[in-house]
Design a protein around this ligand. Structure first.
Ligand SMILES: [Zn+2]
Ligand SMILES: [Zn+2]
Length: 160
């Protein structure tokens, strides 16, 4: 997870720095972070590409509709990891990722050959869908508890 956090500092999206690594046992098979497709301006050059979405959240047992802003310029870290690793390496391997995967990434991870996903920061919005999918697929899905990321790796992330 330390390596995932260090990789996350390479992200040029100021709203969210996400890093991820693929490991088999103790062997590191790949690393990735969230970013714009290569060769086009990234968030630090062109600014974040903000999309607004309405989202239902539960506050004190009451459902509320809130307006959320997300940056849609980047390919998510997990998606880049899948783009830059081999299927054969993923079979039976684990993914460590700084942030709990979103629903789209979870679906891709579920079909990627990996058998375990370990995350640190929760992403409550998709948690129910994602954990149910992982359960159905028999993929171990867990939050790394009692963990403290390396100093200076969490700058600039806005968690929403
Ligand atoms: Zn951005
Ligand atoms: Zn994602």
């Amino acid at each position: 997870m330390d390596i995932a956090y260090m990789v996350s500092t390479r992200s040029r999206c100021n709203r969210r720095h996400v890093g991820t690594v693929l490991v088999q046992g103790k062997k590191l098979l790949g690393t990735a972070y969230n970013g714009a497709p290569s060769g086009v301006p990234d968030c630090s050059e062109a600014g974040c590409m903000i999309a607004e979405e309405l989202e239902t959240v539960v506050v004190d047992g009451q459902e509320q509709v809130v307006r959320k802003q997300r940056c849609i310029r980047t390919i998510h870290a997990e998606q880049n990891l899948l783009l830059f690793t081999d299927r054969a390496d993923r079979e039976g391997s684990s993914v460590y990722v700084t942030d709990e995967p979103c629903w789209t990434c979870a679906k891709m991870l579920a079909n990627s050959g990996i058998v375990e996903v370990v995350y640190h920061r929760p992403y409550a919005k998709d948690t129910q869908l994602v954990s149910e999918l992982m359960r159905q697929k028999g993929i171990t899905f867990r939050k790394l508890e009692g963990y403290q990321p390396p100093a200076d790796t969490m700058e600039g992330s806005i968690l929403d």
